[in-house]
Design a protein around this ligand. Structure first.
Ligand code: SF4
Length: 299
């Protein structure tokens, strides 16, 4: 039977994130050129039930004692296409002590009902990649009749109704939407998110599209007010830091917070180094007494 939970995955935006996937593989109302899941096989605007809420809630309950930073609704498509999203988020908040997050492409925030469901989350991570209909169609390849103007209006309405955190992501793709960056920045300002996170294509995308390089991203950063850049072009662990981390983790298994404290790092850097060292097979993760701890692969 299909598992609805995945991870926890180490995420630079969300730390240790236990994912909840309420969808059938790849159900979405967009078919973004940069999607790392490949082409959308089920392009639909209709909300539906893809999995029994009781089953999902049982899975969440069974892992609620584990130590992760966010319970995140995301996965193999657009979470708001699940007609059970609101109820499942509401009930799961009673089961876990960590913030509940949802990653959405923003399109269904035009609906007051969807907005009230998404508002069950503590942190909402919507995206906005265009402000004009031709660019929206080029980068996001939407289902019929989705209008970017209405989606931006939906994001503004959501902001006025929701008191939790909104971290808005803008994905920039070379020669597709970069020329619209200033207008996107104006729209973002009017939405008033708590954080603005600029991204570019770093993982294998659906189409042969190109990322912006570091200096192009830095130029665009200047156009946005108080934005941050997600990709890290220096994706490595300095030699001395690596030696220190491996020494610490050979001695005893540590949580991410302990790694940060013992190595004198901020939590974001500790997460970044853990992602790299885990990916390189130098450290591994174990669940010990309800907490994820990292140790060297040989210990
Ligand atoms: S909205 Fe997300 S899941 Fe849907 S096509 Fe775009 S990137 Fe992929």
């Amino acid at each position: 039977m299909m598992e609805c939970l995945f991870g926890p995955v180490l995420s630079r935006r969300l730390g240790l994130s236990l994912g909840v996937d309420l969808l059938k593989y790849k159900t979405c109302n967009l078919d973004c050129v940069y999607c790392e899941l490949g082409r959308t096989s089920s392009l639909t605007k209709s909300r539906d039930r893809f999995v029994s809420p009781e089953k999902v809630l049982r899975e969440i309950e069974s892992r609620s004692e584990e130590d992760f930073d966010h319970l995140t609704f995301a996965g193999s498509g657009e979470p708001t296409l699940s007609s059970d999203l609101g109820e499942i988020m509401r009930r799961s908040r009673e089961m876990v002590d960590v913030p509940v997050a949802v990653i959405t492409n923003s399109t269904l925030l035009t609906s007051p009902m969807v907005r009230s469901e998404v508002a069950e989350a503590d942190v909402v991570l919507p995206s906005l990649d265009a402000v004009t209909q031709p660019t929206f169609e080029s980068i996001n390849r939407p289902a019929k009749d989705l209008k970017i103007e209405e989606i931006i209006e939906g994001l503004r309405a959501f902001r006025s109704e929701f008191s939790g955190e909104i971290w808005l992501e803008v994905m920039l793709v070379k020669d597709v939407n970069e020329s619209e960056a200033e207008h996107i920045a104006d729209a973002v300002l009017s939405i008033e998110p708590d954080r603005v996170q600029l991204n570019t294509v770093v993982r294998a995308p659906a189409e042969p599209v190109l990322p912006l390089n570091e200096s192009e991203m830095m130029n665009i950063l200047g156009v946005f007010k108080d934005a941050e850049i997600i990709p890290d072009w220096d994706w490595s662990v300095p030699e001395m830091q690596e030696a220190k981390l491996l020494e610490i983790l050979a001695d005893r298994p540590c949580t991410l917070d302990e790694i940060a404290e013992l190595a004198g790092l901020d939590k974001n850097t500790a997460v970044k180094y853990a992602i790299i060292l885990e990916h390189e097979g130098k450290i591994r993760r174990r669940l010990l007494k309800g907490k994820y701890r990292f140790q060297t692969s040989l210990s």
